[in-house]
Design a protein around this ligand. Structure first.
Ligand SMILES: NC(=O)c1ccc[n+]([C@@H]2O[C@H](COP(=O)([O-])OP(=O)(O)OC[C@H]3O[C@@H](n4cnc5c(N)ncnc54)[C@H](O)[C@@H]3O)[C@@H](O)[C@H]2O)c1
Length: 441
């Protein structure tokens, strides 16, 4: 099939590449000329495991092309995916200006039947609005077109695998014709009998928000339980195991930590709250999920302040992990940002390391941090180690080296990577989430 994907960010680039990999001819369009130039040269503007090779192969084999203009892509495309950003506006609602601008342009370039597919995460009712915009800009006598919703559930860091082998594909349509096109397009990705769930467009749009809200709620729930454990002198890890073996509960997404971040959960939960208020409904659980998360991002800050009795002026600290989660360089809404801002403001200095997010951190923090090429370098002359991202390479470090390099053997672990008994044996003062501190002074 001839396809066009508009918006070549995380979602658009992965979708365009995987759709090309399954044999389609794909033109990927973005308004950012610099980004398109880099992509045309085979450079990838984001860190996503496996993506570089896949983009390279599909470029070489001519199934994937990059362009800055819809003019060349729309006429030949049978299906046009809209995957532009939908960032929060100042009120927390989704800013749909990019989606609407693309819809308007598609309308002006319609020629023959097109299926326009909304892949961006958009509020319930957006497919209908996009349909109206396209109809109005196409004018009288315009060719037939349809708008479908096809929310994306990929995870950054595992995006290719998620797209190639999704748990399910959700498709919201207004006709059998649109459903048939999307079934054909996704057939190569669901050969292991994973379902393509066809529903109305509003329900498909809602499914994406509910999915992210549920995952965010699980995180805030276990974090709240961890905080209670700290007050009640119980161990959240024992509790987590105690509940997880109940098949109604399970283990996934129930790891205590320093809160969720990234470009999706915070903005999507906000947008869903906002959709409720627009319809005079107060989503109380969602508001609590966000409030717990906002506090949780400060959990390590409070422990650091307590340990050093607020005397942080001129103190050097090491931070491992900058990205909002492992396997990505994305620092949007990352807990590390909050930790750095608050403790820098109290006069602390930071030596930081992240396997891939250092360039992102430089954009945000410039010269105010010392960037270290490896985790151990970050420890030199530091009074404590803080851990904000659960990268695999931080799970089994050389503790004797850590102890040697730190000025004081103190670790603040925001991701519960280590066992308290092991830390006690090594003689560390060890703070984690929802568990008793070890060797607290
Ligand atoms: N990142 C994720 O993990 C993820 C997962 C599922 C869904 N989503 C949703 O997918 C959408 C895209 O997210 P993303 O993370 O890929 O965003 P992104 O910010 O990485 O990319 C968006 C791209 O759209 C381009 N763009 C903006 N306006 C444009 C226009 N008028 N014409 C052409 N290109 C334009 C930007 O230049 C940018 O390259 C959002 O709605 C997001 O909520 C994201």
């Amino acid at each position: 099939m001839n396809l066009c994907v508009v918006g070549v960010g995380y979602v658009g680039l992965v979708a365009a590449t995987c759709l090309a990999e399954s044999g389609n001819d794909v033109v990927a369009v973005d308004s950012d000329a610099g980004k398109i130039e880099r992509l045309q040269a085979g450079e990838i503007p984001i860190f996503e495991p496996g993506l570089l090779e896949l983009v390279g192969r599909n470029l070489r084999e001519g199934r994937l092309r990059f362009s800055t203009g819809l003019a060349e892509a729309v006429p030949s495309a049978e299906v046009i995916f809209i995957a532009v950003g939908t960032p929060p506006d100042p009120n927390g609602a989704a800013d749909l200006s990019a989606v609407f601008a693309v819809a308007d342009e598609i309308g002006r370039r319609l020629s023959g039947y097109k299926l326009v597919v909304l892949k961006s995460t958009v509020p319930v009712g957006t497919a209908e609005k996009v349909e109206t915009i396209i109809r109005e800009s196409a004018g009288e006598g315009a060719p037939e077109f349809e708008v479908a919703s096809n929310p994306e559930f990929m995870k950054e860091g595992a995006a290719i695998d998620d797209f190639m082998r999704p748990d399910r594909v959700v498709v919201g349509v207004a006709s059998d014709r649109a459903a048939a096109i999307l079934r054909e397009l996704y057939a190569p990705f669901v050969r292991t009998e994973k379902p393509i769930l066809v529903m109305d467009r509003r329900s498909a749009e809602m499914t994406k928000y509910v999915s992210n809200a549920m995952l965010a709620a699980k995180i805030s729930f276990i974090n709240e339980m961890a905080n209670l454990c700290e007050h009640l002198d119980a161990d959240i890890n024992a509790v987590r195991r105690g509940i997880g073996f109940d098949s109604r509960i399970g283990f996934q997404f129930l790891f205590p930590g320093i809160g969720y971040g990234g470009s999706c959960f915070p903005k999507d939960v906000d947008a869903l709250i906002r959709l409720g208020t627009e319809h005079n409904y107060q989503a109380r659980i969602l508001a609590a999920v966000q409030a717990v998360n906002a506090d949780q991002k400060r959990a390590l800050v409070d422990k650091v302040r307590g340990h050093f009795q607020n005397r942080l002026q001129g103190k050097t600290l090491a931070l491992w992990g900058l990205a909002f989660k492992p396997q990505t360089d994305d620092m949007r809404e990352a807990p590390a940002q909050e930790i750095l801002r608050e403790l820098l403001a109290l006069g602390a200095r930071f030596r930081v390391h992240d396997p891939v997010a250092m360039a992102e951190a430089k954009k945000l923090f410039g010269e105010s941090l010392t960037y270290c090429d490896n985790p151990y370098q970050a420890l030199e002359g530091a009074s404590a180690l803080l851990i904000a991202t659960e990268w695999n390479e931080f799970r089994r470090p050389n503790f004797s080296r850590i102890k040697e390099l730190l000025l004081e053997p103190v670790i603040f672990d925001g991701r519960n990577l280590y066992e308290p008994e092991v830390m006690a044996r090594w003689g560390f003062t060890y703070y984690s989430i929802g568990r008793k501190p070890v060797n607290e002074p």
